[in-house]
Design a protein around this ligand. Structure first.
Ligand SMILES: [Zn+2]
Length: 412
């Protein structure tokens, strides 16, 4: 790429326009599974600029679309993909003020959902539009995509993969604080049930019963602090790690709490495990089952089940709907090195490198043959930031636009 191309790109990246896109996306409270109106907003913003992107519903969820557009290359180059998720985190207690106000102060924006990751989506869209307007010819295609349900393990990403709507390489502007994140964890969830035998409180002295909640409590106690017998890596402190993320119990599989005069006959705990790139989830499941078996041993009334993935059709347990995978992209990989090159050019500094215990959609794309890197403007979500620096978003757009040109001109 020539310096001229960089100047051409920058001439078509407009800070006010990017801020306006963030403002428009922020208006939509796109908690999963309610991303559709935010997705339509992005579609409209692109259409106003001559790009008519498709909204494609994910399988089995009518009205819940991903966004997809392919800009055709001249042929022979790599297909480069921009990707970001439109679903947002719950509003944390530490958020000061009104999360739905779009407050700009000293070059920062304070508004919920921008960090993870509407600011990144805006950077990708701005980069895409800049390349479209500049009319820069590239050999490979360029894909603009936005997905639903990343926080649920990658609902939208899995759908793009299944439809074959992915590239050869992918840039995801997740909140990495403008550092490269080529190494991150994966995650899986299980739902463990115990099944008991109900009895009315007034009749317990003369009938048998089995308290499912009490059995579940024994499993939870046994899992507390459980250490997997699996290899570890220093970049992933504490992983693989398990938590009990939620519990429920009551009468019947719907947990009827309104009749708490009965000993509960059904209780459930949702477990999450964070694992390394390449973690063997079958082995993780076996180890969890061994713990439960050891608790149940010698107790004929101890009945239990395990679900993987957890009841994906039940709103009660709608957390991770798909398994998410870690990635480990070598530092010397051209995807890393292309971002490093243009980070230096645009920001006049060396970029940092991080690894993370967080998962994201890059695992799905990488496993499908589309190597992926996270690099984006939001601060790391593991620290309690809630403002986004506007300059970072603009710089990110400039950097990933340049990177796309280089990579799309590499042989497929
Ligand atoms: Zn994210």
């Amino acid at each position: 790429m020539t310096t001229d191309t960089g100047a051409q790109i920058d001439a078509h990246i407009d800070e006010d326009e990017i801020v306006e896109l963030m403002r428009r996306l922020h208006q939509h409270q796109s908690f999963p599974p309610h991303e559709a109106s935010a997705m339509a907003e992005l579609q409209a913003w692109l259409a106003e600029r001559g790009i008519n992107a498709d909204l494609i519903d994910v399988a089995d969820e009518p009205g819940r679309p991903n966004l997809y557009y392919k800009m055709d290359g001249t042929g022979g180059g790599k297909t480069v993909m921009y990707n970001g998720h439109m679903d947002i985190d719950p509003v944390p207690m530490y958020f000061e003020g009104d999360p739905w106000e779009f407050k700009i102060e000293d070059g920062m924006i304070y508004a919920h959902g921008l960090i993870n990751m509407k600011a990144g989506v805006a950077a990708a869209a701005a980069a895409f539009i800049a390349l479209h307007r500049a009319g820069i010819r590239m050999r490979g295609d360029l894909l603009m995509t936005a997905v639903v349900g990343e926080l649920q393990g990658g609902v939208g990403a899995v759908d793009l993969v299944q439809r074959g709507l992915i590239g050869d390489v992918c840039i995801i502007p997740e909140p990495t604080g403008m550092e490269l994140l080529p190494l991150h964890a994966g995650a899986i969830q299980f739902l463990v049930h115990t099944i008991g035998e109900a009895a009315w409180i007034g009749a317990m002295h003369n009938m048998s019963y089995v308290n499912a909640a009490e059995k579940l409590a024994r499993i939870i106690t046994a899992l507390e602090g459980f250490e997997f017998d699996s290899p570890r890596r220093e970049e992933f402190p504490g992983l693989p790690r398990l938590i009990v993320g939620g519990i429920n119990g009551g009468i019947g599989r719907q947990y009827a709490h309104w009749r708490a005069s009965y000993v509960p006959d059904f209780a459930s705990a949702i477990l999450e495990v964070r694992g390394l790139p390449g973690q063997d989830y079958d082995d993780i499941q076996r180890q969890i089952e061994d713990v439960i078996r050891s608790v149940a041993e010698g107790d004929p009334d101890f009945k239990w089940e395990i679900e993987r993935p957890p009841a994906t059709n039940s709103p009660e347990w709608q957390s991770l709907k798909t398994e998410a995978y870690g990635i480990d992209l070598p530092p010397e990989h051209f995807l890393n090195q292309t971002i490093v090159k243009y980070h230096r050019e645009v920001r006049n500094e060396e970029p940092g490198w991080i690894s993370s215990n967080a998962f994201n959609d890059s695992g799905h794309y990488t496993n499908a043959g589309c190597e992926s890197l996270c690099y984006g403007p939001g601060g790391h979500t593991i620290i309690r930031e809630y403002g986004i620096e506007i300059k970072r978003v603009v710089d990110c757009a400039k950097i990933i636009a340049r990177a796309a040109v280089d990579m799309a001109n590499m042989d497929k």
